[in-house]
Design a protein around this ligand. Structure first.
Ligand SMILES: Nc1nc2c(ncn2[C@@H]2O[C@H](COP(=O)(O)OP(=O)(O)OP(=O)(O)O)[C@@H](O)[C@H]2O)c(=O)[nH]1
Ligand SMILES: [Mg+2]
Length: 314
């Protein structure tokens, strides 16, 4: 299914049913009191997190949701039936935005978030019985249900994010250390959408995300950049994947940190490790001095992959 990480939906909760005006009519009771029942509450619209989902594709295809209206009250104090609720299934990691307000986010399976509240049912006329008015001909109308246009964005939830310039070998590394089988190619921007995989031989089910390549200016939306920096925000650890076989490999390191810095401090301050990839193409391996923990690997040949996995498991 197509990877979509942003969608706009129109949601409408149900109106409440009207309260009823009615009077008791019984044999031998000439003047019965008021007995109009309350209207039912309108149905609400909820979002519910579903673990297996990984895209907002469904919301893009079907952007309109409407909950049921409450039924009107009836005589004999009968309450109108409540309107049917609507549950919209969303992947874990979505953020709900209404205008410039964040309404909430969904991070766990079956987590429910109220997105639009149903209108309250109106009260029937028996509520308005007073000493001075024994036969109230008044009842309340049901309230309108909330109506909203919501922006929904998906920020993938993964423990570790593989980040690097195009062609540095991120997807090859994901393929080497997880169950995922991403597309690999000897040209830039092979990966157009994030790929997720679960770390091999690990009982903790560590999820690793392979991101599309990042280029200079990504924070401004250059390349595929900005859209995907968002997905790195939620990872616990960032793995910078750097192609060591090109001249001046450290330029990649500087470029990536620069993009992080311009995007947000939060991204820049996330724990990270540095992986120099493609050492099989070198005769001698340099020894760089960086503040991060460093690994020298060949994702293609599997060199030093074990050590990297062990470190990621910790
Ligand atoms: N020699 C060698 N080649 C590698 C290694 N890792 C990846 N490659 C090659 O580098 C090219 C790019 O690999 P990918 O894994 O697609 O790179 P990527 O970082 O995912 O690229 P984008 O998705 O475009 O950002 C492919 O031709 C890989 O076979 C390695 O350790 N050694
Ligand atoms: Mg790739």
């Amino acid at each position: 299914m197509k990877f979509i990480d942003e969608a706009k939906i129109d949601i409408q909760a149900g109106n409440g049913g009207n309260g009823c005006v009615s009077f008791r009519r019984e044999k031998f009771v000439p003047k019965g009191g008021p007995d109009g029942g309350d209207g039912g509450n309108g149905g609400s619209v909820y979002l519910i997190g579903k673990k297996g989902l990984g895209t907002l594709y469904d919301l893009k295809v079907q952007p309109h949701y409407k909950a049921g209206r409450g039924a009107h009250g009836k005589g004999k104090k009968m309450i109108g039936k409540k309107g049917k609720d609507v549950y919209i299934h969303v992947p874990l990691g979505v953020v709900l935005i209404n205008g410039d307000r964040i309404l909430g986010e969904i991070l766990t399976h079956d987590q429910i978030l109220l997105a639009a509240k149903g209108g309250k049912g109106g009260r029937g006329n028996y509520h308005f019985l007073t000493f001075t008015n024994q036969s109230p001909r008044y009842s309340e109308e049901g309230k309108e249900g909330e109506k909203k246009t919501l922006k929904i964005i998906l920020k993938l939830i993964s423990d570790i994010g593989l980040v690097g310039l195009p062609n540095s070998g991120k997807s090859t590394l994901l393929n080497a250390i997880t169950n995922a089988q991403p597309k690999i190619g000897d040209y830039p921007f092979t990966t157009l959408n994030p790929n997720l995989g679960v770390l091999k031989d690990d009982f903790k089910n560590i999820v690793i995300a392979d991101m599309p390549g990042i280029i200079k200016g990504a924070h401004n939306g250059k390349g595929l950049g900005l859209q995907f920096l968002r997905h790195i925000e939620r990872t616990n650890v960032i793995v910078l994947v750097i192609d060591i076989s090109v001249s001046h490999p450290l330029d990649q390191y500087k470029c990536l940190l620069n993009e992080f810095k311009k995007y947000s401090d939060a991204l820049l301050n996330k724990p990270r490790i540095v992986v120099f990839n493609k050492i099989d193409l070198l005769d001698t391996i340099p020894d760089y001095n960086l503040p991060e923990k460093i690994f020298y690997i060949s994702a293609l040949k599997g060199t030093n992959i074990e050590q990297l996995i062990n470190s990621l498991c910790k």
